[in-house]
Design a protein around this ligand. Structure first.
Ligand code: PRP
Length: 182
């Protein structure tokens, strides 16, 4: 691993306060408790965010996960994002919220056709919730319905996000600073 350090960006408290706000917005937007709500996390980065978000939602909610291949931007731009693990939950008639830790280029969501696929399975509605939005890097336009924080073009880790599989367990979000950036 290249020599680096991690600088705090959002503390555990800031994250948890924002997640509570997102949970309140979602609870408010789906007031009828009879309407089924399904949160779909994209592995692995979204796991911690999804786990906290569902506990901040004050109405019945189901959750599930999908896994898509992660090859880096070059391969993704050729359209090669494979679905490695599909949903186990039924989708028809449910209000679905796709949950992502970070939206960067948008290529993962675009080329996994996750949102289109959920619509084709007759979800009642499909929305997108991201903890971090990095608009500077966007290659394809993607509409975000719920956003935790907008960030600059920095390499973030922690709270589910990794650098070569490290740092996912940090309770806060940090920025990776490489030695040559000093
Ligand atoms: C991250 C993140 C998104 C994707 C966003 O996943 O969880 O799925 O990248 O980037 P994009 O908008 O440029 O496509 P990653 O591929 O790092 O896998 P992981 O969640 O398993 O860490």
């Amino acid at each position: 691993m290249t020599s680096h350090r991690v600088e705090p960006l959002f503390s555990a408290t800031e994250i948890s306060e924002r997640v509570v706000e997102l949970g309140r917005s979602i609870s408010r937007d789906y007031p009828s408790k009879e309407e089924p709500l399904l949160l779909v996390g994209v592995l692995k980065g979204a796991t911690l965010f999804l786990a906290d978000l569902i506990r901040a939602i004050d109405r019945p909610v189901e959750f599930d996960f999908v896994a898509v291949s992660s090859y880096g931007a070059e391969t993704k731009s050729s359209g090669e994002v494979r679905v490695l693990k599909d949903l186990e939950a039924a989708v028809a008639g449910k209000h679905v919220i796709v949950v992502e830790d970070i939206l960067d280029t948008g290529l993962t969501l675009r080329f996994s056709y996750l949102i289109e696929n959920l619509r084709a399975r007759h979800a009642a509605s499909v929305k997108l919730c991201v903890l971090l939005n990095k608009p500077a890097r966007r290659v394809v336009p993607i509409h975000i319905d719920y956003c935790g924080f907008i960030i600059d073009d920095v390499f973030v880790v922690g709270y589910g996000m990794d650098y070569a599989e490290s740092y996912r367990n940090l309770p806060y979000v940090g920025v990776v600073r490489f030695a040559e950036q000093d």
